[in-house]
Design a protein around this ligand. Sequence first.
Ligand code: NAD
Length: 308
Amino acid sequence: MTAASRSDSVRGRGQATGGRRIGFIGLGIMGSPMAGHLVAAGHEVTGYDIGPTGLEKLKAAGGSAASGVAEAVRDKDIVITMLPQDEHVEAVFADVLVHAAPGTLYIDFSTITPKTARSTAARGIEKGLRVLDAPVSGGEPGAINAVLSIMVGGNEADFAEATPIFEAVGKTIALVGPNGAGQVVKAANQLVVGGTYALVAEAILLMENLGADAEKGLDVLAGGLAGSKILELKRASMLKRDFKPGFRIDLHHKDMGIILQAARDAEVSIPMGALTAQLIAAARAMGHGSLDHSGLLKVTEALSGRES
Ligand code: NAD
């Protein structure tokens, strides 16, 4: 089903389509607001995180806190993970395999390698689970406002069952292929986002150092063919050098690793992606890993000896 055809038949976001018992593991920047939307949509949400903050927020939103993965997963219709990277998903999924009942629908919203997504799905299906990889795009504002883009890998029937869950947290939702395909599309997304940040950073530096009004210049760029969501949402904060995350450079560095590995597996050449990966690695090496990924501008400045 495509995003366009889906939008003809959707139930309103936030509307009570609920009644499912959901275990939600990983209540960080993204998972916390997403779990809150599922509660608001009428679902019974039990969350687990190794840190206390997300658990407190979930309880305040009307969900309940589990003491571990086993409790979060047991007797649930749907189990969701929203974790940093492959090793976290693999560790939690090992417990999901033990404690989830056959027939449980497992949805992983994390961004991980297509390879791990495929092997997770194969292991889950072998144990009688139904599995979807469903990485998201749209950042923290997208999660807070329930307008995430969701790219889903799996089969039609599981996608149809998960659609009310996706509609509670997202806006543009598409089944893009079999298990792992969601992660492939997410890799493509991160490639474009990283490369765009690198070029916007260079455009800012150029304008600021050649006597143009960079603020007005970016307004013009945003309204023309160079326009992008990044220019729309991030140009003001980039000009102010406000790099509060958002999406951390550390996580984008992880994603660039996924992209380069995927290109290698597919035997395709992505020189722009390789260059972007080096710039993001440099940002991390300079100690900017916990800044927003728009902080790539600091690398562009450093390369020209113009640190702000
Ligand atoms: P985050 O670090 O804020 O949240 C991850 C949470 O997982 C943390 O609260 C952490 O305590 C918890 N966690 C780690 N290991 C755990 C375990 N074993 N058991 C239970 N909880 C555990 O990260 P985030 O920004 O929410 O990102 C989550 C995923 O979403 C990542 O894969 C990221 O790449 C992806 N993503 C993030 C954004 C964004 O803008 N932040 C946008 C799109 C996709």
